[in-house]
Design a protein around this ligand. Structure first.
Ligand SMILES: [Zn+2]
Length: 223
């Protein structure tokens, strides 16, 4: 566990921070895959955790949530727009892609109950909920204005999912329900000028305003 901002701890799984979750004060954000749930609980031993929130209903963020909530006896808070997916145990995918047929056959996750539906401007500890849809229907990010710390979720990735190369990128289009909408969310987050950006995948970024701004400016030139 590594402190990446005041009172914010990163717990990572796999090489080059392949999958990250964050303990923000006493709230756990994201929980990795189903197979990580129990390991995550062990790594949280001795920590005070009073609630669990997720950025979006994808198997590598909510997969471990039922184990976490059961073992620690805490509530799950999920974005209002993704709560139906959380509870049915499957993500929404763009229709007609190879990913959709893959996801249709994948096992999904154990469906936890959503105790609180997060919407824009809600408070989660010292952080504020931002609606950043596109990667999933109801994706949210978490923002602490006082020291400009941003929990990004998967609006941006900071490594490729497949080769592990570190660097800012868009999430894979086949795993993004509405890539254009996600680009609007990317712009929104870059315009906040975050000092620290914490990603679902890839290492933390400590001069995020410059990097994310440059990346978003270059998006116009991408297909
Ligand atoms: Zn995702």
């Amino acid at each position: 566990m590594r402190e990446v901002a005041s009172g914010v701890w990163q717990i990572s799984f796999g090489p080059r921070d392949a999958v990250n979750v964050y303990l923000v004060g006493d709230v756990l954000i994201d929980a990795g895959t189903s197979s990580m749930g129990r390991r995550l609980v062990r790594r949280l031993a001795g920590r005070r955790v009073t609630a669990h929130a997720i950025t979006h209903a994808h198997p590598d963020h909510v997969g471990g949530s039922s184990a976490v909530c059961e073992d620690l006896g805490i509530e799950l808070w999920a974005p209002a727009g993704d709560a139906p997916d959380v509870e049915r145990g499957r993500p929404t995918v763009a229709p007609g892609t190879w990913a959709s047929s893959l996801v249709a056959r994948a096992p999904g996750w154990k469906s936890p109950k959503v105790a609180r539906r997060l919407v824009e401007s809600d408070s989660v500890g010292a952080f504020q909920v931002l609606d950043t849809p596109g990667h999933s229907p109801g994706h949210v990010s978490f923002w602490r204005e006082s020291d400009r710390v941003l929990v990004v979720g998967d609006v941006f990735l900071n490594r490729t999912l497949f080769t592990g190369r570190v660097g800012v990128r868009e999430p894979p289009r086949v795993l993004t329900v509405d890539p254009e909408r996600n680009r609007n969310s990317m712009k929104r987050l870059a315009e906040l000028d975050p000092a620290v950006a914490l990603f679902g995948h890839g290492p933390p970024m400590f001069d995020a305003d410059r990097h994310l701004g440059t990346f978003v400016d270059g998006l116009e030139r991408l297909p």
